[in-house]
Design a protein around this ligand. Structure first.
Ligand code: BG6
Length: 481
């Protein structure tokens, strides 16, 4: 369905995110006829040479994405490049002129460091560019701790209401993440056993094979906790654990998410040492190639973590006593993200006498990437008329085989949701602040107890301490298949 006519202004248009994700997502939507004819994309650049340079960069990027020449040309016709300096209100005149006087939905995507969120919003207001329906989209991370997030939220709230502030976490736009809600609330099967009564433990893994890439300036300051845990992992955890909202609507879903975040048991003081593991990758082999360690890539010494593992618990009626293990890192053995739910074992095995070594517990895996889909591990009888033999096997439902439809990139979905005015897959300020309130004491604990990151070999599953974190409780990380 086409979205209403819009003007989308992108600050930070020459940056990594815009080129890698935003322009390709918009071009896909354009190709599919979702963007109405009169809609425009206005890319803000700071340097005059980018006025001509940016369209070329965008075209190259879209070519790499495999878009046909006429689709690239059609997209470029919508693109207007405008020069402005986020910190200088006097430079916003060109943007005001370019936007003109229309009643199109006007959205501003701040794909910039969070330090620029406040000045950009203030300068848009000063330049009288905001209309009564204007929206602002704030990219993660929103600040670097609770205090800075609050400061941003307060300053933005003085200019735009919460209902027109879209805090993006692209994990919420991933198909499998949305499917998590469908899986839970459109099937009776799982919901009935979705609690401490039947679930033994939950593991959320987001493993990447990439290293620092070209983001040293940002990443080394932020670290993996702020880059991935405070947002993506906590959002996955929250959606996994929420109570059923009464309808799929922004307010109802967000209210439930906030309750989970509030129930997350704080990890403070000595517990930081006990329940969290920081890691940093050293050199190693990946795909037969030697790769450099983190500090070699950086070119200087650093204690920034590139890996985090945490054992946490949700203190509420449904989840009390169920350990939730989070694990995420760069330069890990394989790129894969999943939520693995291990159910409790059967109370008593009737299959003695060598039928099986042990009865594996049922395990439901919600796989985000690659091979997005859902797997359910069941114990099965091996066919044959001899001695009964019982082994674990998978029910394996993959998106690629279950559906003919293309799986869109997360940003495709989220960008059109903004234009449609649907905030369900965006974070309320309370969620972001509550997530920081949980993360801050862990980061403070790392400093207080001088918990430097443990070294792990690039291409491995992280430091051995992360394996110890789960094994000392008699469990092990779920292996990807
Ligand atoms: C981003 C992080 O938000 O998510 C990156 O800043 C990370 O460091 C990326 O690589 C991972 O996203 P995806 O969709 O590739 O899992």
């Amino acid at each position: 369905t086409p979205v209403p006519p819009f003007d989308l202004v992108i600050f930070g248009a020459g940056g990594d995110l815009a080129l890698r994700k935003l322009f390709p997502a918009l071009a896909q939507r354009n190709r599919e006829g979702v963007l109405p004819e009169e809609s425009r994309i206005l890319a803000i650049v700071r340097k005059p040479e980018d006025l001509e340079g940016l369209p070329k960069q965008v075209a190259n990027r879209l070519n790499e994405e495999g878009l046909a020449a006429e689709q690239v040309a059609a997209f470029l016709r919508r693109l207007t490049v405008v020069q402005a300096d986020a910190l200088k209100p006097e430079t916003f005149g060109a943007l005001k002129t370019a936007l003109g006087d229309t009643d199109r939905v006007r959205s501003f995507y701040l794909s910039t460091p969070p330090e620029l969120f406040i000045p950009i919003c203030q300068n848009l207001a000063k330049a009288d560019i905001l209309t009564p329906t204007s929206r602002v989209i704030l990219e993660k991370p929103l600040g670097h701790n609770l205090a800075s997030a609050r400061e941003i939220n307060d300053a933005v709230a003085a200019i735009l209401p919460e209902s027109r502030t879209y805090r993006i976490d692209h994990y919420l736009g991933k198909e499998t993440v949305q499917n998590l809600l469908v899986l839970r609330f459109a099937n009776t099967l799982f919901e009935r056993s979705w609690s401490s009564r039947d679930i033994d433990n939950v593991q959320i893994t987001v493993a990447e094979t990439v290293g620092l890439e070209s983001r040293a300036g940002y990443y080394d300051k932020a670290g993996h906790m702020r880059d991935m845990v405070q947002n993506h992992l906590m959002q996955l955890l929250t959606l996994f654990a929420i109570e059923p909202p009464n309808m799929l609507e922004a307010g109802a879903v967000r209210d439930e998410k906030i309750k989970v975040l509030k129930a997350l048991r704080p990890i403070v003081g000595p517990d930081v040492q006990r329940y969290t593991v920081r890691g940093q990758y050293g050199p190693g082999q990946m795909d037969g190639q030697r790769v450099r360690g983190y500090t070699d890539e950086l070119g200087y010494a650093s204690n920034t973590e590139t890996f985090v593992a945490i054992r946490c618990e949700i203190d509420n009626w449904r989840w009390a006593g169920v350990p939730i293990y989070l694990r995420t890192g760069k330069r890990m053995a394989q790129r894969y993200s999943e939520i693995a739910v291990t159910f409790k074992p059967v109370p008593h095995s009737i299959f003695g006498g060598g039928s099986c070594d042990r009865l594996d517990a049922n395990r439901l895996v919600i796989r985000l990437q690659p091979n997005d889909g859902v797997q359910l591990q069941l114990m099965m009888k091996v066919p044959g008329s001899g001695r009964l033999k019982v082994v674990p096997r998978q029910l394996d439902l993959r998106y690629s085989t279950a559906f003919d439809e293309r799986t869109p990139d997360a940003y495709e979905r989220l960008l059109t949701d903004v234009i449609r005015g649907d905030q369900t897959l965006f974070m309320h300020r309370d969620e972001v602040e509550q997530a920081w309130a949980w993360v801050d004491p862990i980061i403070a604990g790392w400093q207080e107890y001088s918990l430097h990151p443990h070294r792990y070999t690039a291409g491995s599953w992280g430091p051995s301490q992360a394996i110890g974190l789960i094994e000392r409780e008699g469990r092990s990380w779920a292996d990807p298949d």
